[in-house]
Design a protein around this ligand. Structure first.
Ligand code: CS2
Length: 473
């Protein structure tokens, strides 16, 4: 089958082409972390804004790790299809917003050039929680080998924080034009976090101009925090075949998503940007309430369903929701976590929405995908609410059970997690030691020293071993 590309755009079935003629775009946005999520979320909002208002907002997407995404997209001129899977049926359409598809290390010179270019006024990032390379206390992990190599003057920066710092340094010296760096990962205060990490990198760099650079960043670079939401399962070979069949041309880079999308952005941009507000995005002074609701309810429930579901022999989130324990556990978890959320949010409506989204039978969102890197995810999803709930004098029974479910998962399953070695080591202890050790792996020394909590987690672990997921009800 012929490959999707600019040359074959004209042959696409009616209604499946890009909303915008890619020829009218130029690179005005740099995206770091060219995974499926960016292509199914920010790129689509950008395309819709472009269709409404123009502006030429093309995106240069840089892959951080693998080269396969470049191999898939480059022969297709950056074109790919997005299939939205609603319960009533799928809808496939090509998106053409990517003007360049590159690798951040292989194409480091182009990355630096674009980060310095006054034409580029927005940088977005989706590199996952671990991609920011933070130490347990949240600061830049200067002992991480890649961070250390970047700081020691590696010829091209391999870390996203290093890339940003080097790019900003060049930008100050060349154009000095203001810029917005817009992190789009599931982290509370993601803008402030990335601003701090970049600042720490510059501080540690030993650059002669570092004070001037820090002052310029303060003045000219905004780091708005954002909340992003769309469920995007990893694409399978069958998904690529199905998308290609709809398009009549081969799409090696197809992405899948649910119909729902949400984007909440802190309204602190430093320079020109697409008018995403006309595509359903919300600009607010403070994203925190939206952020904690999403991280703790949606993402927290995802992690819980993944730990419980895998142990129960389920494959996808929708499978877990069809289990007798699925919806009751989700609702019990949400009812407890709601006690840690700011007042004034429509938690009930949000949770009803989650039940529908998670149950969408057209989506096959694998529990194993969600269980990846859980040690990086749990601190924000569960530990933050658990601490707040316990300070308020409540026991946090479901969250305690959730921790036990994760520990059980780490005991019984093979792990795809940057802390896998430390997790395995924690399990070699006896008595209380594994629970304390695993809490320490999560960076929670305070909880590891909390005897009552440790005892409660051990009890929940035994209950889960005896009764399965029903132990949480
Ligand atoms: C999931 C998220 O993999 C995970 O940890 O919880 O990727 C989730 O699907 C998205 O944040 C939804 O917006």
């Amino acid at each position: 089958m012929t490959r999707l590309s600019y040359a074959t755009l004209g042959a696409l079935p009616a209604g499946t082409g890009p909303l915008v003629d890619p020829g009218t775009l130029r690179t005005r946005i740099v995206h770091l972390g060219l995974g499926a999520f960016h292509r199914a979320h920010q790129a689509v909002h950008t395309e819709q804004a472009e269709a409404l208002h123009g502006g030429g907002w093309g995106i240069a997407g840089f892959s951080q790790r693998g080269r396969s995404v470049v191999g898939q997209l480059a022969p297709q001129d950056g074109l790919y299809s997005l299939t939205l899977r609603a319960p009533e049926g799928p809808r496939t359409r090509v998106v053409g917003q990517l003007t360049e598809v590159r690798h951040a290390v292989d194409d480091a010179a182009r990355l630096r050039e674009l980060l310095a270019s006054p034409d580029v006024t927005v940088v977005t990032t989706t590199v996952t929680e671990k991609g920011y390379r933070r130490a347990a206390d949240g600061s830049l992990d200067t002992r991480d080998p890649l961070v250390a190599a970047d700081l020691a003057g590696a010829p091209v920066p391999a870390t996203v924080v290093g890339q940003l710092a080097h790019g900003l340094r060049t930008r100050r010296i060349t154009s000095g034009a203001p810029l917005s760096v817009v992190p789009c990962d599931n982290m509370a205060d993601n803008g402030a976090v990335v601003a701090r990490l970049v600042g720490e990198y510059v501080e540690a760099s030993g650059w002669a101009d570092r004070d001037a650079l820090l002052m310029w960043i303060q003045d000219a670079v905004a780091f708005p925090s954002t909340v992003v939401d769309r469920i995007v399962p990893a694409t399978t070979a069958a998904d690529r075949d199905a998308a290609s069949a709809v398009l009549g041309v081969r799409d090696e880079s197809a992405v899948i998503g649910e119909p729902f999308t949400q984007w909440v952005l802190q309204d602190t941009f430093a320079a020109d940007r697409p008018r995403w507000e006309d595509t359903g995005a919300l600009f607010v002074p403070d994203v925190a309430p939206y952020q904690v609701m999403k991280l703790r309810l949606l993402n927290g429930a995802h992690t819980l369903l993944s730990c419980l579901g895998i142990a129960d022999g389920r494959e996808s989130v929708a499978d877990a929701m069809t289990a007798p324990w699925g919806e009751p556990v989700l609702r019990a978890y949400a009812a407890e976590v709601a006690g840690s959320l700011p007042a004034g949010l429509d938690v009930e409506g949000y949770v009803d929405g989650l039940v529908l989204r998670f149950s969408n039978p057209a989506m096959r969102h694998l529990l194993r995908q969600i269980a990846t890197d859980s040690s990086q995810k749990i601190p924000e999803r569960w530990l933050a609410p658990l601490r707040e709930i316990r300070v308020a004098g409540r026991p946090g029974t479901v969250l305690t059970g959730a921790l036990a479910a994760w520990m059980r998962h780490t005991r019984d399953q093979s792990l795809d997690d940057p802390a896998a070695d430390r997790i395995r080591a924690a399990w070699t202890g006896s008595g209380d030691e594994p629970v304390r050790g695993l809490l320490a792996v999560l960076g929670a020394r305070d909880l590891a020293d909390d005897d009552a909590l440790v005892t409660a987690v051990r009890e929940r672990l035994s209950a889960l071993d005896a009764d399965g997921p029903n132990a949480l009800l």
